[in-house]
Design a protein around this ligand. Sequence first.
Ligand SMILES: [Zn+2]
Length: 339
Amino acid sequence: MPIQPHGCTCFIISSRMLRQLADEAEPAERHLLLDQCEMSAYLRGQRSVAPTAMGAAVPGEKRRTVYDARHKATLPGKLMRGEGSMAVADVSVNQAYDGAGTTYDFFREVLKRNSIDNKGLRIDSTVHYQTRFNNAFWNGQQMVYGDGDGKLFLGFTHALEVIAHELTHGVTQHAVPGGLVYENQSGALNESISDVFGSLVKQWKLKQSAEQADWLIGSGILAASVGKALRSMADPGNKKLTWSGDEQPKTMAGYVDGGDVHTNSGIPNHAFYAAAIALKGNAWDKAGPIWYKALGLLTSTATFADMAKATAQAAVLLYGADSAEQHAVQAAWKVVGVV
Ligand SMILES: [Zn+2]
């Protein structure tokens, strides 16, 4: 099995956010947050590899497994649920199982993609990773969820868009030729693509049009004292909608040189939002398929401008040259100052 050169260990919470919360925390809490920051850096530094095929992939079949790390760092942990097995007493296990199922169904039904690798790859998730772990991540092979410390973070499996965000990192690793390098603009694009499909899965599940959707990422995972959500695609950087340290730019005018991948992702996030609103109706009907088709037109080091070009090209492939869809996509990238 060839190694994917740019599989990432990709987190939902940025180190910047953990550090900022640490600055404001009580000493005991501060140590925990800073330890977890270091742990994230360590995990990111490890080479992530493409998933090894476990069992024969059956086209069109959903195959999920959920493990319990039992508060250790060893993956995957103890097997708790396999495909088709009954719900268990552990809520996190069931949420990870159900969320992975909804995300699989979305990709299958809306985008005709068969799982992470489009070949029916088994979807593995581990819950209860470490103790009071304030993050969730994709490690190149599987999804991993901490419980949160219960003070700042309330857990990660009950937000469907967080589960779909993590699973989409796996999709990106396979759908973009060579994967997307997890730094600079390609890294911010990687993050944005996970937010885009994370939000789309939630909208699809809730049957909300682009106008009705909240466009929030991570709503409900933060304690009220921290905020309401991690990011807003409708209005990146709007602290009232998210949390006090939200510094996401909405347009290129606010682009942060050397910024975290979770910071500059606000720009392509808002471009998707603008396109979806302009195209009206459900965001998964037109904007979603255009963004999805664009993934195959990118290279590992794609910039925002490359994504603007790829989505316009994808709109032409799907709806024709000079179509209203092509113009809506191009106008959206103009809104955020990329073109
Ligand atoms: Zn991510």
